[in-house]
Design a protein around this ligand. Structure first.
Ligand code: GLY
Length: 373
């Protein structure tokens, strides 16, 4: 059993800890109890996760005499919309959750974002605990307080910043992830090395394969380093006025590819992030910002991990490069009509760039699309 790590997110009166370790569900009552005004919680989850982990969480809460009611929504991205939000909020009201009570979001990014938003709007805001069950949620979406839902206009377009009171990242829960979902989450882990920590990227090159095979100590280290970096960025820029945008490395490309593949399982979000990171380094090299060999090094690691690295790896048809650029124009990060990219001077040195020449972007995507033929 590895030791338990605590990463503090220093946000004044909204500060909280991310607890990272094994066996945390069994200790949930002891960890969550001190945050409660009365010994009862309401758990929002989804049916697949409930089948795997709900009983263990309820037993962990029961051990500290905490009464837990639970509601499981349908799994999948489609739940993260107006209907899913209404279902969650009406259940929380049925369950008589009061203003000072605690909601627990048990699940991956969909449940974390939806459950957090339900907590943000219920009775004008109740507190919540994130218990992320996917690697992507443990290293990214459960930390930082971005909550929300999708609408027919796009992903995450309605939401609120609402920080959790506590995050429990139980490394054991990663054992139940299908390999493809684990690797998709690993795309976000690599992103942290690429955007701000070259030594962490070196470490991932050496340890990534063993980590993917299941080594718990390595998994915990990777989650801790990722969460530490995210906590630092969020503490300096909670509402994304500046530095937090670096967390979107690879995301402008990714969002266009997700839209082009209909948000289907042809491309998981973390897979799109990995491809997007490789393309962001291509663009950086083409603009003379980073060394010409750096994109190759990024791709070599992703390939060694068995991950998608290029448009050729996405099954089925894709629109041409001009249509992809149009899809990028619908991205949330467009400001004053300009596309915003996160580019890099080297591995671990990313920055925000608002003036990418359209012709170069076109070349990168035309080459990427041509490689599919
Ligand atoms: N997932 C990016 C952020 O939290 O800012």
């Amino acid at each position: 059993m590895t030791q338990i790590d605590h990463v503090h997110v220093p946000l004044g009166e909204r500060a909280y800890d991310v607890v990272i370790g094994q066996g945390l569900l069994a200790q949930a009552g002891a960890l969550i109890g001190p945050h409660l005004h009365r010994p009862r919680v309401a758990i929002l989850t989804e049916t697949r996760v409930a089948g795997l982990h709900l009983e263990a969480l309820q037993a962990g809460l029961q051990r500290s005499d905490i009464v837990a009611s639970a509601y499981a929504l349908a799994p999948g991205e489609a739940t993260k919309g107006w209907a899913g939000l209404a279902e969650a909020v009406e259940w929380l009201l049925d369950a008589k959750v009061e203003r000072r009570d605690m909601v627990i979001a048990l699940g991956g990014g969909v449940i974390g974002d939806l459950g957090g938003f339900a907590a943000a709007v219920l009775r004008r805001g109740v507190r919540f605990v994130q218990i992320p069950t996917s690697l992507l949620a443990q290293v990214d979406s459960s930390v930082g307080g971005k909550t929300g839902i999708n609408t027919r206009h796009g992903k995450n377009l309605v939401g609120a910043f609402h920080q959790p009171s506590l995050v429990l990242a139980d490394i054991d829960l990663l054992d139940s992830l299908p390999a493809r979902d684990f690797l998709a989450g690993y795309g976000e882990v690599v992103k942290y090395g690429l955007l701000g920590d070259a030594a962490f990227f070196d470490w991932l090159e050496v340890n990534g394969p063993a980590l993917a095979r299941g080594d718990k100590a390595l998994r915990q280290h990777a989650v801790r380093v990722s969460v530490e970096m995210k906590a630092g960025i969020v503490a300096r820029d909670e509402t994304e006025q500046g530095e937090r945008a670096l967390l979107n490395l690879g995301h402008t490309f990714c969002h266009a590819l997700e839209a082009a593949t209909g948000y289907s399982d042809r491309l998981l979000h973390g897979e799109g992030v990995a491809i997007g990171c490789a393309l962001a380094f291509d663009l950086s090299a083409r603009m003379g910002l980073c060394a010409q060999e750096t994109p190759g090094r990024v791709r070599a690691h992703l390939r060694a991990m068995g991950m998608k690295t290029d448009l050729v790896d996405i099954p089925g048809d894709l629109p041409g490069h001009e249509a992809l650029i149009t899809l990028m124009g619908q991205d949330k990060k467009v400001q004053d009509g300009r596309l915003r990219f996160i580019l890099a001077r080297e591995i671990g040195a990313a920055f925000v760039c608002d003036d990418v020449p359209g012709a170069l972007l076109g070349e990168i995507l035309r080459d990427a699309c041509a490689a599919r033929r």
